[in-house]
Write a protein that binds this ligand. Structure first.
Ligand SMILES: NC(=O)c1ccc[n+]([C@@H]2O[C@H](COP(=O)([O-])OP(=O)(O)OC[C@H]3O[C@@H](n4cnc5c(N)ncnc54)[C@H](O)[C@@H]3O)[C@@H](O)[C@H]2O)c1
Length: 323
């Protein structure tokens, strides 16, 4: 049995969906916060709720008493902790949300976990913890240089896990995904934002003149990797980058959009924004040594799949971000 926190979110939804399709029981927790459209989260949840292997609790991890009640019946559970306040720019607007949903929520979860029998704990951290580096691709043991508050709270979460599980016989892993994209994705991230703005004929701002490099990693690959890692028992705590290790310039993504969509779009090129990393480019050597037979989806294919999903998705309104 798995406990997926943040199950109504982008990655949490896909993770839960993958597991229940395999007839594995999932307990899903999500506060359904309003960082982006609740409608989209409900849409994802409705798909999950159709399957009898899925059970949902609308609860905030900061509410210890409510979580405690859910935990009463759990035993031999694999936890994938995805619930968080993501986003770089929003961390300057609402830092409290990051402290509460990342640091406090993780602290509560770990504290409550002390009373249950855990088989595996995966903390989903982020590539943001690395900040801008001199040497690429980034290895897991590189010195962390966070450049925004989101990244700092993610490092705090990693520390909470390290301090609490280091000497316990619990298989624990810290995973650092790099720019995940795909169907049912996050409306605040470039690819879905781009599709929504284009549909509305709205001008989209492209920062650093499109020269940011991002290690785009397709959602299906990320989910498969998380599943395989969740089955791997290790008593020494391990940290893994989850990335295709193929950095792509945003301008290249724009060219691919142009090739795939027969539509013109309006772009405003702007300078770099504070807190945004110039390059995300991770090494996946350690990951590929640990789990074999992973082939990463090429960006051309992943983007096509995302565009096709978008074209068929009925509730496009829910993807438009009003921030
Ligand atoms: N999407 C990416 O590219 C990416 C990259 C690196 C790391 N991550 C990490 O992966 C995880 C999932 O990201 P995502 O893109 O799916 O984000 P998301 O915002 O779509 O999902 C997070 C979910 O957690 C829920 N949540 C937030 N605070 C909560 C709380 N206190 N209690 C219960 N539920 C809460 C939200 O309602 C949301 O549905 C996050 O930890 C994020 O930091 C994501």
């Amino acid at each position: 049995m798995y406990l997926i926190t943040g199950c109504a979110g982008f990655i949490g939804y896909h993770m839960s969906h993958y597991l229940i399709k395999k007839k594995i029981k999932v307990i899903g927790i999500d506060s359904l916060n309003k960082y982006y459209s609740k409608e989209l989260k409900l849409k994802r949840l409705n798909i999950l709720k159709k399957n009898k292997f899925f059970k949902f609790y609308e609860v905030n991890l900061c509410n210890k008493n409510k979580v405690k009640k859910i935990f009463k019946s759990l035993t031999k559970i694999k936890i994938i902790h995805l619930a968080a306040q993501p986003g770089v720019i929003y961390s300057y607007k609402n830092p409290k949300s990051y402290y509460s949903n990342n640091v406090e929520a993780t602290r509560n979860l770990v504290h409550l976990c002390k009373n249950i029998d855990i088989d595996q704990f995966l903390l989903i951290s982020s590539s943001s913890v690395y900040g801008d580096q001199k040497k690429y691709p980034i290895l897991e043991n590189t010195k962390l240089k966070p450049i925004n508050y989101y990244a700092k709270t993610k490092i705090e979460c990693e520390k909470i896990i390290k301090n609490n599980y280091k000497n316990l016989p619990i298989s624990t892993k810290i995973l650092r995904p790099f720019t995940v994209y795909g169907p049912y994705g996050r409306p605040d991230m470039l690819i879905l934002k781009f599709l929504s703005y284009m549909k509305k004929n709205k001008k989209i701002n492209i920062y650093n003149y499109g020269k940011y490099l991002r290690d785009f990693t397709y959602i299906d690959d990320v989910i498969k990797i998380m599943f395989l890692l969740s089955k791997k028992k290790n008593l020494k705590m391990e940290t893994y980058n989850i990335c295709a290790s193929r950095p792509i310039e945003i301008n290249t993504i724009l060219k691919l959009f142009k090739k795939n969509l027969n539509k013109s779009f309006h772009i405003k090129y702007l300078p770099k924004r504070k807190g945004e990393m110039l390059v995300t480019y991770g090494s996946n050597k350690k990951l590929l040594k640990s789990i074999k037979n992973i082939k990463f989806t090429k960006i051309e294919i992943g983007l096509k799949k995302t565009i096709n999903w978008y074209k068929n998705f009925k509730n496009k309104k829910s993807l438009f971000l009003h921030k």
